[in-house]
Design a protein around this ligand. Sequence first.
Ligand code: ADP
Length: 769
Amino acid sequence: MSSTDKRYATSIDLPTEDVFRNLQNACHFAVDIGGSLVKVAYCSKLHRRTSQVRDHKEDNNCIYQILEEDGYTRRLHFIKFETKYIHQCLDFIRGHLMQSKEFMLDKKNIKATGGGAHKYKDQIIKTLGVQLDKEDEMECLINGSNFLLKNIPDEAFIYQRHGQPEYQFQGIHHDIFPYLLVNIGSGVSFVKVESETKYDRIGGTSTGGGTFWGLGSLLTKAKTFDDLLELAEKGDHKKVDMLVRDIYGGEYSTIGLTGDIIASSFGKAARTDKENVPCYKDEDVARSLLLSISNDIGQLASLYCRLHQLKKIYFGGYFIRGHPLTMHTISFAINFWSKGEIQALFMRHEGYLGAIGAFLKGAEEEDTDRYTWGENFAGCSGLSSSNPLLDSRERSSTFDMLELDKLEKMLQPCSLLLDPKSYLPDTVDLTTDTAAREYWIDCFSNSVDKTRDQAMASQTGPDVKERAETFKQKYLQRLQELHDNPCAYGSLTVRSLLDTSSHCLSDCLFTDPYSQLKQTENEQALKCLPQLLHKLDGLSWEELQLSLAKGLLAGNVFDWGAREVVNIMENQDFGFVEAQDKLQERPWLCDNYEEWHQRLQDKPHKCAVIFVDNSGADIILGVFPFVRGLLKRGTNVILCANSRPSLNDVIYSELLILVKRVAEISPDIQAAYKDGRLMVMDSGQGSPCLDLRLINFELVELMKKQEADLIVIEGMGRAIHTNFDAAFSCESLKVAVIKNRWLANRLGGDMFSVVFKYQKPQKIIAAKS
Ligand code: ADP
């Protein structure tokens, strides 16, 4: 902790400098001042080193130019203070946030919500010298909750102690209404939420987080909230609580009460002989208190649900803190009282609903409809409090980390999904599949040196080595954390492991480590294209179709994300022909080629949407000839590439150039591109995998307009790790070569096994009544 930070020391462990991220570039902020805690949400302007690829003509030759450019994006960060130290919080805001040069340029109005926005209004205006916009607390709370539920895929979860898995993440849904929001702050509010704008505070209780904290302080020696939680964790409430069996001598079976149900919280304490040493400890008292408050809130919540015919409850407020005992008690109570009909859902970032809502109010002028926010895995805290090995200091300091990155696009579910509600992108859940988890965590740990070296080689400068090493350490630490606590950051999947690696790289300013390599490979592949097209043109129809399919597969062998292939590519002269020879012979591991071939004899598709994968041979020698085949049949094609770099995947800005380069070689591509029959779109994604819940809304609009009737998904990340089981309302083709021996074996094949999965439109099967 630096000397500046020490001045703000409170009973909450103040964030270390690591958490005070990018403070010097803070541009605006909002505060939520509650009875117990002040939550500050600040947005910072984030430096990004991006590589821009430019078209560049030289001696009649079109070559690429990669320009390293300084770009900016926005990141949202959160911190908290105890309300009784409000003056220190304001000092901090004045001394840090408002000193930022970016802040100076911005507006001088701040958004404030929570009761303290009223109570401390004059103090805030005087200390900060700003205008205060007081925002309605309920409105902010609801906006924050809707925002998280709609933007952060692994925000909400069901908690089941000893469950397999313990945490069940709910994914992202756009139809979240109606629900009951139970906000457990100092006091408790029950809010019925029917739509974005329609909500009603239907009840409340004064027995909430403040009660636990306050009574706990009176009854035990605990100094802080975290001390109290720690005590509760260790205690035995039966020493203090009067159970059904203490009264009945056993269960009360006629009304369904087992002997260990609490009949009277603290009831047994009255029987203690005060003259002698009490037979209970602080730990027991803290636990009894936590249980009694959580039980009551759970019961009230289920009664309010029943009264208003609601089936889902989301819990917000800082009281819960992802604490397993609290969540278990609340879930148990709701399950008990609703006989399993009502679902209790917790939120990973429950403490910041109001602060997020207030922040969004301030961002409204920036037209929030045009973009989305996504979680930065590199800068977010996990549900680490569930790790009993963490002491309260660690818990407190890690928990405050939550970072959201502004993504340039508004994202929506893909309209071709059969049922967006039941769609889950990932094929394997690593939280439940232990063998797969161990393998993949190990695999990513082992390849971290290669990734670091690639990052280091991609940039020059004095601090490159240090940043690359920081990346390595950070990623390894995350992998270790996930190994110990698989649910810490939401659902654990190959996708989340890959995305965490990209986020850690980008955090260390390596936004596109493969940039140079991608362009070199593109150039090499472009040179081979004329000959390949010529060869294809000489084939019979039958031969051509198989060659196009095999070409698509051979191209997919060139993947710098697959360690075993990288070894081959690095050590041998490995070209498109060699790649074709490596492919598994037919019948392939998943082989629907005959059905595809038959389909091609029928009338052409109206429009094919193709999600592409790698640069170089993959896109140029595999995808483009396949696209040309479709175009020649009279099918329109939308080629979709990632918005942001990941591994050696081709990105949108590169694809825009590539399509022109290919058009110079192929008149068919040229004509189709000119006529608008070949379209290039930005998918809105930045991952080697594909989450079809969150794609560029303009792409969704275009798919609808073009009446897309075929979706082609290419590559291991997009078609195997994700989407292998995805059901579509149109025809689909999932194509990939398996370049990982372990995975191939697991699926019953060997290295370079082929997946060529063609499916007719799927139908929703009505559930049996
Ligand atoms: P409010 O807006 O009323 O302050 P919050 O949602 O911030 O409500 O929740 C405050 C409650 O959170 C406290 O009363 C306490 O029960 C709990 N809490 C969780 N972590 C802490 C902490 N580190 N310090 C104090 N209280 C905490």
